[in-house]
Design a protein around this ligand. Structure first.
Ligand SMILES: Cc1cc2nc3c(=O)[nH]c(=O)nc-3n(C[C@H](O)[C@H](O)[C@H](O)COP(=O)(O)OP(=O)(O)OC[C@H]3O[C@@H](n4cnc5c(N)ncnc54)[C@H](O)[C@@H]3O)c2cc1C
Length: 381
């Protein structure tokens, strides 16, 4: 039997995150977009109000959220501001390899550390010559005694310069290529870790990205996550768990733009009637609402599948990310169009929402790559 009703606990998650967005994110979103600075006060408040690290096991200070719980939470963050939302969700991205494959000792140490200092972590996969093609990674971590020596170059790393620690993917045996890809925990203040100047960018400007150069960074063996050679699997399984978060941020962003456009077009009059009374605009609103509902349903299904129908998660999470971020771009663009000059101005947040939407089609695997994942999966069926 199908049941689209959220449980009482899930409804409470929605209310908690919506209240947080209303209190901390919406009043600050234009400021951080303008400053292009990491919103530390919002993240610290997130820790104080139980917003951070929802998926973390309760014994380490989290809430044991399921993927569906996480999607409900991320939609509310996205409706507040995707730029601020991704500061929080990129931390989840960096912690996911630990949820998947870290030992109890590693989890205790690093979850304890991040909670204690109310900090964030960063996920370091992408390199100058390895973007969509993860198998082209060339950073190395070569074993020397009881340590690994890390050398390499990562780029576009969200939360890098503000992070407490990094989840880094590197080859332990370059001759074996990506079959030796391995995940490591690297404290961000380790000698030999250098953060390059912040990336300047179009949208999601509250989040920060840097290139990182690793020069002879010593990583103790105990900081290896899982076995040598399991890095590629860990990286891919991480995306299976986090793509629904990107979809949810996109859907929240689309919802916020649609709500602003709906109110504005109902109130603004031209030719003696509200703009929304013109079928051209009314149909635009109808399409926006339909796209948001359908993207949300697909994302809920994909998120639910992670716990209930795992063999479908790879395909469904790619579909949810692809569709959620594509309609996010369409809906925010239409919101700007429906509001004319007011949409384009910075007086309303919709122009920012349109800028923010674009990046969701690019990070955590571009939408072309999502189509590759989906086509590979359906051709195997
Ligand atoms: C703001 C921002 C934040 C990011 N945060 C992180 C982070 O925290 N950690 C991290 O590791 N990475 C991060 N990334 C990296 C992001 O995941 C990559 O940018 C993305 O995977 C694409 O890689 P690329 O930019 O090198 O593009 P490329 O791989 O060079 O692709 C360029 C274009 O070619 C297309 N293309 C590539 N291959 C194919 C193909 N086989 N078929 C069809 N089309 C193809 C792509 O879809 C894209 O349109 C971030 C990126 C940005 C911009």
């Amino acid at each position: 039997m199908l049941n689209f009703k959220l449980s009482k606990e899930q409804e409470e998650i929605v209310v908690k995150y919506r209240d947080f967005a209303n209190k901390w994110i919406i009043p600050n979103r234009l400021k951080y977009d303008d400053l292009a600075e990491f919103p530390w006060p919002v993240v610290k408040a997130g820790y104080d109000e139980g917003i951070m690290n929802g998926q973390m096991p309760e014994k380490f200070g989290g809430h044991n959220y399921s993927l569906l719980d996480t999607s409900l939470a991320s939609e509310e963050l996205g409706a507040g501001c995707v730029g601020i939302g991704i500061c929080i969700d990129a931390n989840t991205l960096a912690l996911t390899p630990l949820y998947l494959a870290a030992s109890e000792t590693q989890q205790k140490k690093y979850f304890g550390l991040i909670n204690e200092i109310k900090g964030v972590a960063a996920y370091c996969l992408t390199e100058p010559n390895a973007g969509s093609d993860v198998q082209a990674i060339s950073s190395t971590a070569i074993k020397k005694g009881d340590k690994y020596i890390l050398n390499g170059h990562k780029r576009f790393i969200t939360n890098a310069e503000v992070s407490t620690f990094l989840t880094v993917f590197a080859l332990t045996n370059p001759e074996k290529g990506s079959r030796s890809l391995t995940a490591f925990l690297v404290p961000s203040d380790s000698p030999g870790v250098e953060f390059k100047p912040r990336l300047q960018k179009m949208g999601q400007r509250a989040s920060v990205q840097n290139e990182i150069i690793f020069t002879d960074v010593e990583i103790p063996e105990e900081n290896r996550i899982g076995d040598e050679g399991y890095g590629f699997i860990i990286a891919m399984k991480t995306f299976d768990r986090t793509r629904t978060g990107v979809a949810a941020l996109s859907i929240g962003n689309a919802r916020a733009a649609y709500e602003i456009a709906k109110d504005w077009t109902k109130n603004r009059k031209q030719f003696g009637k509200p703009i929304a009374a013109n079928q051209a605009i009314g149909f635009m609103l109808a399409d926006m609402a339909t796209k948001i509902e359908s993207a949300r349903m697909l994302n809920w299904y994909a998120s639910w599948a992670y716990e209930h129908d795992k063999k479908k998660i790879n395909k469904l999470s790619a579909m949810a990310k692809l569709y959620g971020s594509d309609i996010g771009m369409e809906v925010t663009t239409d919101a700007v169009q429906a509001m004319g000059g007011d949409g384009y101005s910075t007086d309303f947040a919709v122009e920012k929402m349109m800028r923010d939407a674009k990046l969701c089609q690019i990070y955590e695997g571009t939408n072309q790559v999502q189509r590759l994942v989906i086509s590979k999966s359906i051709l195997k069926e």
